[in-house]
Each structure stands twice: as structure tokens, then as C-alpha cells.
Design a protein around this ligand. Structure first.
Ligand SMILES: C[S@@+](CC[C@H](N)C(=O)[O-])C[C@H]1O[C@@H](n2cnc3c(N)ncnc32)[C@H](O)[C@@H]1O
Length: 309
């Protein structure tokens, strides 16, 4: 029997066009996964080209092609620049990040990402990490839980959920996904699947510090890109998209420049030139073939030539 597909790349043609690939260039794929995007980038590189791929999940290693132009780094992309330097790479022609979890991670029950499967509350992309969803659910304060369900999951009754969770965990073991869903049945609002999907999104973002890693990576991009080098980022929810949009446009993460700097005196010069004024989204045909593409948004920016030091 053939193995299930690890992951189907989204917005593939749009990413390749956005990166404007130079055949002898150096490219970084921050989120290698099943390597769908990477393999197509590799096809467009000549013998001088190089491809550095990051994935913090050890499972991704098995997808790395046997090709001397490819270097796999099993670390968080928040350490992008450090690992590039370690491998004597100062600047690159393009960077790709296709955020979130892969279908493989999602569909592997014991990784604990899916509300539809049974497994332990884990949700770590990097299994060397200590913090799991179990720890978040069982040790965070009511206030911490309230904030993360509200901010990361946009759960409408985040306060009630946090209060109930802190009460039930005193008497019930919340080790598995089934335990968790069962114990919180009474607070579900609306469609249970949708509700738990939002709750799980919040837990996953916290466990993997997804927004923190994205911000740290973005801040390294202007220096790491060569002049006219491109960055392409695919996001899957509005929290990430807002961070990327603001950073590309203004070099900062907040929506409101006034709040960050009321007199506008210290507004940083935008470090990048926006290529996609509006985010690129999947065609109906792609969404039909791959429903995961429905919420994908691609933004591309370019390093200005005049910013070169
Ligand atoms: C959506 S999948 C990427 C799929 C890939 N583009 C493909 O075509 O197969 C995201 C992958 O990035 C990895 N990942 C997510 N955040 C990461 C981070 N901060 N550092 C390193 N890897 C990360 C995940 O482990 C996962 O394998």
C-alpha cells in the first residue's frame, strides 16, 4: 500500500512566481514539511544554486532529497540567520515560509493536533521541546488561559472556557483529546467541531510560540536578503497575516503607528518593498482539490536595492 501524501503544497505556482527565482541563487525554505515547494524551487536552480531548508520536526527529514545543493536544518526558523552564518551564508536571494502544521502532523493521531483524532494533548512541532498542550491545559492560570483562548483562538466565551477548565482539571484527568473534549462539553458554543478547532488553534499557537517565532524570523529578513531578494510568506489565520502585512509595510508589527509612536518621529523606514498589495489567495479550482488552501494568504516583499549597506 502506498504511504499517505505527507502534504500538498498550497499556492505553488504563485509562490514560484513571487520568488522570481534566479537559477544560481541561494534560497531558504523555512518550513520544509513534505518538500512540495522546495522540490519545485530546486528544479529551477542550476548546479551553482543552493537550497537551505528548515523544519523543526524530525519527521520532515525523510522527505529531504538526496541532492548536494540541499542543506536540511532541523531547527526553528527563529534562528534563521544564526544557522545561515554557521554554514557561511551571509545573504540569500529568496526566503519562503508556509506557516502552520503539515497535513502529516495533523493526520498523525499521537501528535495531538486534530480535534477529530484520539491522542494525548501534545501539539509540539518539535518533539525535543518540553512544553506540551497537556502542560498548558493543566498548569496555566485561569487568566493566562482566558487570554490565549481569546487572542489566539478568538473563542467567543474564552472567559467561561478558562474558568470551567480550571475547575474541571481539579477532578478530572485532562491527558487526552477525548478527556479534554468530554470535560468541556458544557461550554461549547455553536458547532462543536468549529469550537474545538478554535480552542486547539489557540493551544497550538501557544505551545509552539508561533507568533513569537514568526516575528523573530521577520526581523532577520531585511539583513539576510540580497538586494532585490524576495520573501514569500503563506499564512492561515488573521493573527499571522496581520503581523506579516504590518512588517512588510511598516517594519513593525502593530496595526496602529500612533500607539507605537504618537508623534511619528521614530517610525522606522519600511525595510522591504511590498510586491503583493493585496494577499494572493487560492483559485476556486485549487480549493476544490485541496480544501486546506481556502484560508491561505500569500504576501511577497522585496529587499530594496538602495537599502544595501
Ligand atoms: C504547512 S507545513 C509546510 C509544507 C511545505 N511547504 C510542503 O510543501 O510540504 C509547515 C511545516 O513547517 C514546520 N514549521 C512550522 N513552524 C516552524 C518553525 N517556527 N520553525 C521550523 N519549522 C517550522 C512544521 O513542522 C511543518 O512541517
Amino acid at each position: 500500500m502506498s504511504e499517505p501524501v505527507y502534504h500538498v503544497p498550497v499556492l505553488l505556482q504563485e509562490v514560484l512566481a513571487g520568488l522570481n527565482i534566479q537559477p544560481d541563487g541561494i534560497y531558504v525554505d523555512c518550513t520544509f514539511g513534505g518538500g512540495g515547494h522546495s522540490l519545485e524551487i530546486l528544479k529551477r536552480l542550476n548546479a551553482q544554486g543552493r537550497l537551505v531548508v528548515f523544519d523543526q520536526d524530525a519527521d520532515a527529514r525523510k522527505n529531504v532529497p538526496d541532492d548536494e545543493r540541499v542543506l536540511f536544518i532541523q531547527h526553528n526558523f527563529r534562528h534563521l540567520q544564526r544557522f545561515c552564518r554557521l554554514h557561511k551564508i551571509d545573504q540569500v536571494n529568496g526566503i519562503l515560509a508556509d506557516l502552520g502544521v503539515s497535513s502529516h502532523q495533523f493526520d498523525t493521531a499521537d501528535r495531538g493536533f486534530s480535534t477529530r483524532l484520539e491522542g494525548d494533548l501534545d501539539m509540539r512541532m518539535d518533539q525535543r521541546q518540553e512544553l506540551t498542550a497537556f502542560d498548558v491545559v493543566n498548569t496555566y492560570s485561569e487568566q493566562q488561559l482566558h487570554k490565549l483562548f481569546e487572542q489566539y483562538g478568538e473563542v467567543t466565551n474564552a472567559k467561561t472556557l478558562a474558568r470551567t477548565l480550571v475547575q474541571v482539571r481539579q477532578n478530572v484527568s485532562l491527558k487526552t483529546i477525548a478527556n479534554f473534549k468530554q470535560a468541556l462539553q458544557s461550554v461549547v458554543k455553536g458547532n462543536p467541531h468549529k469550537y474545538f478547532a478554535q480552542v486547539f488553534q489557540a493551544l497550538r499557537i501557544e505551545v509552539n510560540d508561533e507568533l513569537g517565532a514568526l516575528k523573530e524570523m521577520l526581523q532577520q529578513v531585511p539583513l539576510l536578503l540580497k538586494p532585490a531578494g524576495r520573501i514569500a510568506i503563506i499564512t492561515f489565520h488573521s493573527l499571522e497575516d496581520r503581523i506579516v502585512k504590518n512588517y512588510f509595510r511598516k517594519g513593525q508589527f502593530e496595526d496602529d503607528d500612533q500607539a507605537a509612536d504618537p508623534f511619528g518621529r521614530h517610525a522606522p523606514a519600511p525595510p522591504l518593498k511590498v510586491i503583493t498589495k493585496k494577499p494572493v489567495v487560492a483559485t476556486e479550482a485549487e480549493v476544490k482539490q485541496n480544501p486546506r488552501a481556502r484560508s491561505a494568504k500569500l504576501r511577497v516583499a522585496e529587499k530594496e536595492t538602495r537599502n544595501e549597506e
